[in-house]
Design a protein around this ligand. Sequence first.
Ligand code: NAD
Length: 380
Amino acid sequence: MRIAVPSETDAAEARVAATPETVKKFIGFGADVVVQAGAGAKSGIADQEYAAAGATVGPDTATTLRDADLILRVRRPDPADLAGVKEGAAILAIADPYDHIDALQALAATKARIFAMELMPRITRAQVMDVLSSQANLAGYRAVIDAAEDYGRVIPMMMTAAGTVPAAKIFIMGVGVAGLQAIATARRLGGIVTATDVRPATKEQVLSLGAKFIAVEDEEFKQAETAGGYAKQMSAAYQAKQAELTASHIAKQDIVITTALIPGRPAPILITADMVKSMRAGSVIVDLAVERGGNCALSKPGNSIVTENGVRIIGHLNVAARQPATASALYARNLLAFAETLIDKETKTLAINDEDELVKATLLTKDGALVHPNFQPAAA
Ligand code: NAD
């Protein structure tokens, strides 16, 4: 069994899908591992470290992928990247399937089996494979660090001989994995932290982290969680009440971090242009939902802007990868854990069980077709 780790083709992607630690484990399962030269460079991993772990270093993508049974990637490959890949080869990646049916169909034609790691069910067995959690946690941390960097004042209260400096007020909107880590990080820095979410279960989590919970707690709120633990799309009436409540709060905040997402839908707008106007100069908004349209009406994907009234709005993309070494280390462990379920350790071969619920939930393409029920071309 041959496992390949090609370099990411998107120059902006700093993560890598395997580390020397995971390479060693794969070799322990009886696999040959090939890592493309330079694949780990942006995560601070030199080719020699992969070689020391037992991998072969492939000079280019084609050589790296040749005869591979299992390909580990961070992002969805282009079909052109897969020229010459063995039929049926399994590719694990953050495949970003929503709204990309055409790209998925083109990939299906390569006859590879592409698994979307972000579709991993959130069940106990798969927690260790949960790339959304491993990366969102880092994004939540980084959002606070980025905000602190651009905030022209300090976060904690300081009592000095030259006088007292007040603590920064930090509001976290959306308390999933990223939001919880943002609360914890903001508290560690000494901020006065408040948070909101539409899922009632988050209230206790917010309080347990020492922050204050702010939300419209009506009947709709009490039902606002799917069986999978995700947020439901809220009604227009709820969103209006929510906006009314948060508007006066936002006006008093120094830093607002937004993380609100609804799977498969555009992110809800939680901060309107008027709310931004109500904030004082020097305040900072970090919009972690910017890749799905943003929670702030004014945020710009990939950019940091300053509004006329002096509010900075940060819209970095791929925030987890702003600390690439940690992001790669955790992502690589997520892939290792899933890959282990696809390998028969007796015969040392890839043995994919299509009936396994993890495979059913994540497999996008097989035998030249798009097989995932949620990602089918619209009927003509
Ligand atoms: P997410 O990234 O999909 O969304 C982030 C947060 O935004 C969510 O908490 C959501 O409720 C919130 N949100 C959506 N619309 C909002 C609105 N209008 N206003 C305010 N907030 C809004 O969420 P996530 O980080 O993936 O976590 C979702 C849930 O899954 C959490 O309960 C998390 O603890 C749970 N989870 C479970 C497992 C597991 O069991 N293996 C693993 C990870 C996460």
